[in-house]
Design a protein around this ligand. Structure first.
Ligand code: HPA
Length: 246
């Protein structure tokens, strides 16, 4: 069963026929919101609002471990994460999509592993390719069918937030090879890998990153791009769920 983690602009799944809402607890604490069980495109799915519903938990305060554990416990076999991001790559535009294939992690001070305490042995997961390639290819092929013009590879820079970056920081991220920047991609992706859950990201560009245009970044512009682009994300989720078999 696929699980969707909805980010900014996606705290509820439109079109989801809700069967149950479960307030759960895990050994890592409580997830951001209820785990919603429902049916979408004829398939059972799980939905979790990363920032809570209503949207109130900032990126550095999200309990990523509880979120991933709760979805695993609820029977998830794979995760599609939806993330609002800033665009760095010149091919990005507000309301456009990218399905990234790499991550650079600049976050700090977050609980970022399940393998911290009471270990029989030290565990190092392979994370060379942080996203699940077969699932990523499924998402890409559905994006093509829908003519969404999604960018099909790129590197996601995970920053600490909640402030946006300086223009200097974005220059550095570009030099590091990053194509998009967001605040929630990590440690979420790594935790999913630690519990063997295939994980992909649908990134919705909601602004060009700091210093790349003459304008400052306003919440109004971000909200407009979220509004303009979320329909594409929902269509892509719908198709992917329809075509998914575990
Ligand atoms: N930077 C970091 N995170 C973001 C941005 C950004 O420009 N836009 C949306 N999330």
């Amino acid at each position: 069963m696929l699980a969707i983690i909805g980010g900014t602009g996606l705290t509820q799944m439109q079109g989801l026929e809700v069967k149950a809402r479960k307030q759960v607890s895990t050994q890592w604490g409580e997830p951001s919101a209820e785990i919603v069980e429902g049916v979408l495109a004829g398939q059972s799915v799980l939905f979790l609002a990363r920032h809570g519903h209503p949207h109130r938990i900032p990126p550095h305060k999200v309990n990523y471990r509880a979120n991933i554990q709760a979805l695993k416990d609820a029977g998830a076999t794979a995760i599609i994460a939806v993330n609002a991001v800033g665009g760095i790559h010149p091919g990005c535009e507000p309301a456009g999509l990218m399905i990234p294939d790499q991550i650079v992690d600049y976050t700090y001070g977050r609980e970022h592993t399940f393998f911290a305490d009471d270990l029989d042995e030290v565990v190092h997961i392979d994370f060379s390719w942080p996203y699940d390639e077969p699932l990523r290819q499924q998402v890409i092929s559905h994006a093509r069918e829908l003519n969404l013009a999604a960018l099909e590879q790129g590197t996601y820079a995970a920053t600490q937030g909640p402030r946006l970056e300086t223009a200097g920081e974005i220059k550095r991220l570009a030099n590091d090879g990053c194509d998009i920047v967001g605040m929630t991609g990590m440690p979420e992706a790594a935790l999913a890998r630690e519990v063997d859950l295939p994980y992909v990201c649908i990134a919705l560009v909601v602004n060009m990153a700091a210093g790349l245009t003459d304008e400052i970044i306003t919440m109004a512009d971000i909200e407009k791009a979220l509004h303009d682009g979320m329909g594409k994300v929902l269509a892509l989720l719908d198709k992917t769920i329809q075509g998914y078999s575990a």
